[in-house]
Design a protein around this ligand. Structure first.
Ligand code: ZN
Ligand code: ZN
Length: 137
């Protein structure tokens, strides 16, 4: 992995983070939990190995959204910042839109399209997965 610096943070500026490598596997998530959490029709995430990720200012709040995952967000303004496996995470899935250079990391796939809202769609040709790749349907 080539060393790069990708910085990001929340709306109010309290929480800032940095990734030391280019985030990989950028994707839209259309699951119902992401819809409720964000109040938006979908969220976008990209992976960063935990060892190359750190918070550089502020302390995010943690919400355990399911048995398998935690989500971190700004305790002041509420911006969602990341998703990670609750037990022994080895990677962080950062929210692409919270990156300072979000425009440079276009999603390459869609997951959980079985709960995609019928009035929301995109014009890309990215692969669409009803659930997650590898999860049987
Ligand atoms: Zn904030
Ligand atoms: Zn989701």
């Amino acid at each position: 992995m080539t060393e790069e610096l990708w910085t990001g943070g929340c709306l109010c500026g309290h929480v800032r983070y940095e990734a030391r490598v280019r985030p990989t596997a950028p994707a839209y998530c259309h699951c119902r939990m992401c819809q409720h959490l964000s109040g938006a029709p979908a969220m976008t995430f990209a992976d960063v190995p935990l060892e190359h990720f750190r918070y550089v200012s502020g302390e995010p709040a943690v919400y355990r959204s399911s048995a398998m995952a935690e989500r971190r967000f700004c305790p002041r303004c509420g911006s969602p910042l990341e998703w990670r496996a609750a037990e022994a995470p080895d990677a962080v899935e950062i929210t692409i839109a919270s990156l300072d250079r979000a425009a440079e990391l276009a999603p390459q796939a869609h997951i959980w399209t079985e709960s995609r809202l019928p009035w929301f769609d995109t014009t890309d040709a990215c692969p669409r997965h009803r659930r997650e790749p590898g999860v049987s349907e």
